[in-house]
Design a protein. Structure first.
Length: 307
């Protein structure tokens, strides 16, 4: 089976390629120059020439809270455009199998945790990343509609919790929380800085999965695609406060300083824990502990700093 992976150079795509099972698949991994998902004609041409049997849509315009707040137009328009272009090209070419990557930010901000798959469009979204969330909801619904119109099109959405790991972006202003915290704490250790600032009160709870674990799930889902639900959460089943993440990262890095809180900065949703009942029934469970994942991610960070 020939499988097209979009976003092959991103964190999720890179971890999928890095996985031990990669050598067993015929995986197409075009660069954004070879496959420009924002150009529908280019997408159609690529699909017609390469004729994949399955698509894994892992590409996206992504970032942390600050970049979502600063660029809502790009987060909404780019992600909707990429999703529609690849989905419709695949459908019109008769590709029957499609794995779409959603996001837990699709769930309502005030919904009761843990968040089950049936809660999509059941309430107001979190304002700090609303544009990205709307885009993810739209493409998830489009997958459902395509399947509703023709059951032979198995267009399914995987909804991961927050992800971190190797190949992430480490930027204090624009990255997701864990890579940004790794950089902040590592810099503080190297410069003997006595304290590190945490946005908000640090009491918000988040569920972060190591990206290598998520790559393992993707290969499991390919092997068991027929029985995978239409929409499925992929997470750990437990979460930690932002303060706890900072403390664990500091322990791994060996930073002995203190933490302060910038209460004027946004904290985002108070909790975002996804329900993994369907995941458990599907027969998959994560393997990497938080401390193991943080250590692997920090080792990767050190390796790219040395280049």
């Amino acid at each position: 089976m020939k499988i097209l992976l979009t976003g092959a150079s991103g964190m999720v795509g890179s971890n999928i390629i890095d996985h031990a099972s990669y050598s067993n698949l015929n995986l197409l991994t075009p660069t954004s120059e070879e496959l420009n998902l924002l150009n529908s004609a280019n997408v159609i041409d690529y699909i017609n020439k390469n004729k994949p049997d399955m698509v894994i849509h892992a590409a996206g315009f992504v970032g942390g809270i600050q970049s979502n707040i600063n660029q809502p137009v790009n987060f909404l328009v780019n992600n909707v455009q990429m999703g529609i272009n690849i989905l419709m090209a695949a459908k019109n070419h008769g590709i029957k199998n499609f794995i779409n990557l959603g996001s837990s930010c699709m769930y309502p901000r005030n919904a009761q945790n843990p968040l089950s798959e049936g809660l999509i469009l059941q309430g107001e979204l979190e304002p700090t990343n609303e544009g990205y969330a709307i885009a993810k909801v739209a493409i998830t619904r489009l997958c459902e509609y395509i399947n509703r119109e023709d059951k032979s099109f198995l267009y399914k959405t995987v909804i991961p919790c927050n992800l971190y790991g190797k190949y992430d972006k480490f930027d204090i202003q624009y990255s997701h929380m864990i890579p940004a915290a790794i950089k902040k704490i590592s810099d503080a250790k190297n410069t003997n800085k006595p304290s590190v600032e945490i946005w908000g009160d640090g009491l918000a709870k988040r569920e972060f999965m190591y990206a290598g674990d998520f790559a393992n799930f993707i290969y499991y889902s390919i092997e068991n695609f027929q029985k995978m639900p239409q929409n499925i959460n992929v997470g750990l089943g437990h979460d930690y406060t932002i303060n706890e993440y900072y403390q664990i990262i500091a322990e791994v890095i060996g930073y002995k300083g203190e933490f302060t809180h910038q209460l004027s900065k946004p904290s985002g949703m108070k909790q975002k824990l996804i329900d993994i009942n369907n995941l458990s029934k599907f027969g998959w469970h994560h393997q990497i502990s938080l401390k193991q994942g943080i250590k692997s991610t920090y080792d990767y960070y050190l390796s790219i700093q040395a280049l």
